[in-house]
Design a protein around this ligand. Sequence first.
Ligand code: CA
Length: 224
Amino acid sequence: MKLLLVEDEVSLSRAITTILQKNGYTVEAVYNGRDALEYMEAEEYDGVILDLMLPETDGITVLQTVRKKGNKTPILILTAKAEVDDKVLGLDSGANDYLTKPFAIQELMARIRAMTRNPWTQTDTRLRFGNLTLDCATFELSSPSGSFRLANKEFQMMELFLRNPRKLISTNRFIERIWGYDSDVEASVVWVYISYLRKKLASLESNVQIKAARNAGYSLEECP
Ligand code: CA
């Protein structure tokens, strides 16, 4: 999953980014409201963490602007503003959730999971396809034959596959979703990760395979 973090305190931004990455998210960080608007316009995120007191354009204006444009990306406000009026304004302006600083990291993680949860997965953190299960809380990929705890990039790749079973996912889409929009990662890197996942699927004796479509991308298929 890819998140945008809008936070002007550089040290806090770095700390949150590190924790999110350890928890399997791709994070892009911006430090003012103007960049937040630009990034949200240019890219698709699974969720946004938005500070309110920001240089250039404040958080409430960012929120109102993107909602007015019809952007439905889940947005969590993370702010030192703890007054009831601020929370009401934030939520009424289109935020999905509101968390005040100082905050407990576990609570931030739980709120991000809740905010980005697909309606069809409900409270279940597991994605399933064929005889394969991926637990998005523990990064564990399992089959009746065993399990692996996936590292960050492998986990994100598998998650993207399992949220889009049987659909062709292009190499560029993997790069954009996992390495980020302005990364200079080559297609061969995606291939390397695909090969890691294929090895794991084989050793799990899974009936699920990653099929390659020449020059187009990859899809997750269930074998009869
Ligand atoms: Ca701030």
